[in-house]
Design a protein around this ligand. Sequence first.
Ligand code: ASP
Length: 327
Amino acid sequence: MTRRDSVRLVAGSTLLAGCTIPHHAPTAAELSGAMPMIDAPIVLATWNHGKPATERALAELAAGHSALDAAERGVMVVESECPDRSVGLQGWPDRDGIVTLDAAIMDDTGRSGAVACVRGVAHPIALARRVMDRTPHALLVGPGAEAFARSEGLHTGARPLDPEQERAWREWLRERQYSPRANSENHDTIGMVVRDAKGRMAASCTTSGLAWKMHGRVGDSPLVGAGLYVDPKAGAAVCTGLGEVVMRKLTSCIAVERLRSGASPAEACRDALHRLVEAGPLAANVQVGLIVLAKDGTHAAGALQPGFTYALGTAAGVTLHEAPAVA
Ligand code: ASP
């Protein structure tokens, strides 16, 4: 069954079990993304696995934690368990049979941290947060990032491929075909944008990147401006999809800059995706999904192709939606 087949779009909303979010239930107009949600927490996250991640992020906010904490801990849920094999150590390996992970986190004070091409780290988003909080740097890669993980107690050690990873990798080796397809199961970053009740914003991304990538390949997810971007004057955005397209066009940054110039989230989304369409063959037949959250709580999502799903979390609960396609 493909991800598209399995998506269940939830009409209406459900209360979030076990959590009390001390704000009014959003109106239909607020939930549509077009009306501001003043002083109410809001979380958006990519793909179907955005739902459990969003539930966790809302629980963190309900417990009084910041947008930044919620953005970190929300995506950790998918790092721990990802049936799509696109996030965390259970992700599909590269063509050498090695799982390498990328992650980044950013808040609205301009601080960010990221790691790329790391092995043996179960929670790369936590490592990215440590880069932000405890180093003078913005991005650590490969063995240097792993050494930092060891010093922070975040290195979980090399582990062999599990039987399913091993089987899929050996199957791939027979053909050695590399052609990422829109909405195929060989990529699906978890990306999240959060605004807490105090109006603070944060964004996070974590991924095993594209299955069967060359060893050493890094995608858009750990790159500020490409995979994620936050601007306190405007809002936040995250991307998922073919990183080689997003990192060449700085899609998240363009979306947030459009917000800053006065565009609505829907306009910002459409304009940033159109920049990809303008790129012609580079973006033909590939998927890029984009989530945009303005600082007033208005929000939108869009994608190059149909099939990009995202979770929306508010005081009313978490619902799954399919984003409109521009192509
Ligand atoms: N953007 C990720 C990458 O290129 C993959 C994804 O989001 O699906 O590594």
